[in-house]
Design a protein around this ligand. Sequence first.
Ligand SMILES: Nc1ncnc2c1ncn2[C@@H]1O[C@H](COP(=O)(O)OP(=O)(O)OP(=O)(O)O)[C@@H](O)[C@H]1O
Ligand SMILES: [Mg+2]
Length: 324
Amino acid sequence: MAGPRARLHLGSERSVTQNRPRPVRAASATAGAERLGSAVVGLAPPRISWFAPVFSGGGGARLVLVRHTNENHPSAVVQLNDVRRTYGGKRTSVAALDGVTAGFGRASFTAVMGPSGSGKSTFLHCAAGLDRPTGGSVLIEGQDLGELSEVELTRLRRERVGFVFQAFNLLPALTVQDNVTLPLRLAGRRPKPALVRQVLDQVGLGERRKHLPAELSGGQQQRVAIARALVTRPAVLFADEPTGALDTHTARDVLGLLRGSVDHAGQTVVMVTHDPVAASYADRVVFLADGRLVGELPNPTAEAVAERMTHLGAWAERTATGVY
Ligand SMILES: Nc1ncnc2c1ncn2[C@@H]1O[C@H](COP(=O)(O)OP(=O)(O)OP(=O)(O)O)[C@@H](O)[C@H]1O
Ligand SMILES: [Mg+2]
């Protein structure tokens, strides 16, 4: 096991051990976001290697400058432009998303955070084509989802999008292997044994492929769900609180797996979480409040995220009550 390494991060500069595209940023912060600004020093989380659950590095010092921007970059794998999602009728209308613009570059890992009810799940569902926005546009690899019929959208979701839920959502009567290969079979593709073996090995479950979900721990079940989401080699993997039902140790395993898929397989990952430690595995955190993007934190540390969430909770409360 490697010892702790000191790594200095300045603003959006990447660690020299990482080779990811640096996002282009277009400043457009809200007044609320401006109020949340601060500079923070914290510790980086340990990383887990992609092919085996072994810690490959310890925590290192990071200097993180906090910025607040919306992103819009043309080469994004996923791009949301002024996305709105309103529920209910005229009198009971709720703006779950109120004009969100954000881009997610290839091989990037983004955490989405915000108070309960701030629109995180709605954001993820709209970005993944599971829900249709009532305004604005969502593009995946340049394809505007709003231009697709239901059949075309279903096909795009099946082939280009992976989704991992908090509750795993495995089929209990199917073995690990059959759960993992289900998306391929639904798409009429015959799963290649070598690919299935590779994906199961990647999540450390090669030996468990004949087991049923009920014979696995929670963390193992979530790893099966991740393998199932990755088996089609999707453009983007969305995860809605993937560690919400797991203990701390198992959660680290799953987060290391997601991190590894970004670092070693160039996967794009967008993950909703309430947990600052989980968010610290990401390259950046975007913060939602009242359906709006109100800030972002590049190279997040758990401490910096926790601090921002505290401010955000207080700010959201003040906004809701009108008491400043
Ligand atoms: N189907 C729906 N019908 C009506 N309102 C909805 C629906 N889904 C979500 N909402 C409302 O939209 C807002 C955002 O909900 P969303 O589930 O996206 O929040 P969230 O940030 O994921 O919350 P949590 O952290 O509790 O999961 C909330 O006010 C919620 O009540
Ligand atoms: Mg939610």
